[in-house]
Design a protein around this ligand. Structure first.
Ligand code: IVH
Length: 681
């Protein structure tokens, strides 16, 4: 750029701006970039250099302006030309039918097309464009008046600063600014590393970021937007809401590609219930589905009751976060001796189930989140995971809340505990600790381990309490007479249990290795060890160096295994297990099952015949690799229903795709199903 005159600089900067805006759109709105990050950076550097030399050429829509302007003292006020309304709610099918009935009475016919969109849990904003340029962004505020957050919204990359096509001369578009779950996790992890307070959920993090007085802070947070509605508009607009969304998309704005149009209530209700199951799979939080009458001419006719339009409603899913009182913090001892704090809560219904206890991870986590006994806390239950205490509501503190102190002695055996600085965990080192042995026995007998039916948590506890078993090897000395004498145990169940114990002697090596309860040795690691060493004796004899040579086993795991096998009491347990007749066998997977060796496969969308996890497990079982994103190294994209951005990305990179039927054939026949021969080794 050396030596550009002002005229040349203007032309070049216009060119660069339009290129950068285009690439931004490909990347942040369409999710299908055309250039590498390095190429993008090069263009950006060139534009910055020109603007440094000719600051008068800087335009408000320049991509260099996204980094964040100077901090504000306070936000200005924006009067909304049209109020931002809220939505009526339905919580079940009956309420949805009632809303539909009320609407259809006014529309004058029983069925009418509707649009469905996920209801994103973020922050509502109103964006104004003039002559195709983004000129103002505001929060919803009280619906009439919001805060002027233009400078902050300029830093959100999926908000185009300049529109393409031929947008109306002036209009307002509404949407939801949100943070992806993955962006939120990554951001919180970084904050934890820096010792900064954590955000409770992506919504709070997004709201906090948008309302920052310093736009540079906003710029550093991973925010996105989906636009869901046209506000006011000078000029013609499509009459169908669904077409409005597509029209906004054509201008470079980002409507949610998951929006659908439905001809009947039954069809819309199906979509709602589908979302109820699917919500966990999304990378953003939704709290329901918004249904709107598609014909926007009806909107004026139907009007508004209070602040809620009659032409739209939100079907709400059960909340996955609720607040409740933290009554106490207890500690239990895990099978590896780790002291695990957990919360006793005032019972609360979260995500449709009553929660009384929740995990608190470890002492460090409790202090980092500043959770105190007596606090009102946010409790979360998402999908299948164990309920968690997310954060305290500090504004509700009365002053009598108590800071939690980890006991310095094991609550089960009284041995002084030791803190592992690397793990933020506290351990009871007494391997004979009854709590550890009970948990270990429970784990030993569990499915995927020795799989002994009838030996669960309660039985493990009873066997220890009655002194019948002191460690896992003694399980094999139990007799029918001993067991039959236990409370609530008839001779028949005693016989069954002994038979189950006998049968467990034939479990494969992987199961036995997993059953031993060595710290960091889960089922997958056990399988790696079994495949590599082939026998229990082989694993026991391996030095830390030899262990580290096993593919997939790192230094921490190797160290944990070596330290376990070096202890005489563990060697003794293994010796007694073998003497009792436990005969772990291992046969490495036959090569014929490695049908997908050498293939990297990505699965996207919903499959009819299996869950995504199952599909991915099957790929791995057959020797294939599972990818999460489409790259040049991806061999195949398996495409289910509702596939998202991965499909265009695959097309762009020339990655081949397979539908579910082809995938099923692939699992049976291997590469042959794709018309390919296996790689020559
Ligand atoms: S339409 C009159 N569509 O939900 C219609 N709202 O209670 C106004 N929201 O504050 C909203 N996703 O921020 C609409 N696809 C969507 C939405 C959505 C999230 C939020 C919005 C509003 C609240 C309504």
């Amino acid at each position: 750029m050396a030596g550009l005159n002002q005229y040349e600089a203007r032309l070049r900067s216009e060119e660069l701006r339009s290129q950068l805006n285009y690439h931004n759109y490909r990347y942040y709105v369409l999710d299908t970039p055309e250039v590498s990050d390095a190429e993008y950076d090069e263009l950006m550097d060139e534009l910055r250099a020109i603007e440094r030399e000719f600051p008068e050429l800087i335009t408000p829509d320049s991509p260099t302006q996204r980094v964040g302007a100077e901090p504000l003292q306070a936000f200005g006020v924006v009067e909304h030309r049209l109020p931002l309304l809220s939505l009526s709610n339905c919580f079940n099918d009956e309420e949805l039918r009632a809303w539909h009935r009320r609407a259809s009475d006014r529309v004058g016919h029983g069925e009418f097309p509707m649009t469905s969109e996920p209801k994103i849990d973020g922050l509502a904003v109103a964006l104004v464009y003039e002559g195709g340029t983004f000129v103002q962004g505001a929060t919803r505020g009280d619906g009439q008046r919001g805060e002027n957050i233009t400078a902050n919204l300029r830093t959100v990359k999926s908000i185009p600063l300049a529109l393409s096509g031929s947008p109306p001369s002036r209009f307002e578009v509404r949407g939801e600014v949100y943070m992806t779950k993955s962006g939120f996790e990554a951001m919180n992890a970084e904050r934890a590393d820096r010792g900064e307070p954590l955000f409770a959920n992506p919504r709070n993090a997004a709201a906090g970021a948008v309302r920052q007085l310093d736009p540079k802070v906003t710029a550093s947070r991973p925010l996105s937007i989906y636009v869901y509605q046209l506000g006011w508009c000078d000029g013609p607009r499509p009459e169908s809401h669904y077409e409005v969304l597509a029209w906004l998309g054509d201008m470079g704005l980002r409507p949610n590609p998951a929006a659908r149009r439905h001809d009947t209530l039954a069809d819309a209700a199906d979509r709602v219930s589908w979302w109820g199951h699917q919500r966990e799979q999304l990378d953003y939080d939704i709290d329901g589905v918004v249904l709107k009458i598609d014909d926007t001419r009806e909107w004026d006719r139907l009007g508004v009751v209070g602040r809620e339009p009659r032409w739209a409603t939100a079907f709400k899913f059960p909340a996955q976060q609720r607040t409740t009182k933290l009554r106490a913090i207890h500690v239990n001892v895990g099978r590896t001796g780790a002291l695990n704090p957990f919360a006793e809560l005032e019972p609360v219904v979260v995500g449709g189930a009553t929660v009384r206890m929740a995990t608190l991870h470890n002492e460090g986590d409790i202090h980092r989140k500043d959770i105190r006994i007596g606090d009102t806390v946010i409790v979360q239950r998402a999908g299948e995971v164990i309920p968690q205490v997310v954060a305290p509501v500090t504004s509700l503190r009365k002053g009598d809340e108590q800071v939690f102190v980890m006991p310095s002695e094991c609550p089960s055996c009284g041995t002084p505990v030791l803190k592992d600085p690397a793990e933020a965990a506290v351990y009871c080192l007494n391997t004979a600790c009854p709590a550890q042995q009970i948990r270990l026995l429970e784990h030993f007998a569990s499915r995927g381990a020795m799989d002994i039916e009838g030996l669960g948590e309660r039985m493990a506890y009873t066997l220890f309490r009655e002194g019948l078993v002191r460690d896992i090897a003694e399980v094999y000395e139990l007799t029918v007479a001993q067991l039959a004498a236990l409370e609530r145990m008839g001779p028949k169940s005693a016989e069954n249990l002994v038979a189950g114990i006998e049968k467990s002697k034939e479990r494969p090596l992987t199961n036995v290795l997993f059953a031993l309860g060595i710290r960091h040795v889960g089922f997958e690691t056990a399988r790696l060890l079994a495949d590599h060493f082939g026998s229990l004796e082989g694993v026991l004899a391996a030095s830390i160096d030899v262990l580290q040579e096993v593919e997939g086993i790192g230094p921490v795991v190797a160290e944990s295994i070596a330290s376990w096998t070096s202890r005489s009491e563990n060697q003794d347990v293994v010796r007694r297990l073998l003497a009792a007749g436990v005969r772990p066998q291992h046969s490495p997977p036959p090569p014929s099952t490695q049908l997908l060796a050498g293939l990297t496969i990505v699965v996207t969308g919903r499959l009819e015949t299996m869950s995504r996890n199952e599909a991915e497990d099957r790929i791995r079982e057959l020797g294939g690799k599972v990818g999460s994103a489409i790259t040049r190294g991806t061999d195949l994209l398996v495409v289910g229903e509702e596939a998202g951005s991965k499909l265009p990305r695959a097309a762009q990179l020339g990655v081949r795709t397979a539908d579910e039927a082809t995938f099923a054939r692939l699992l049976r026949e291997g590469r042959a199903a794709l018309g390919e021969s296996p790689p020559t080794a």
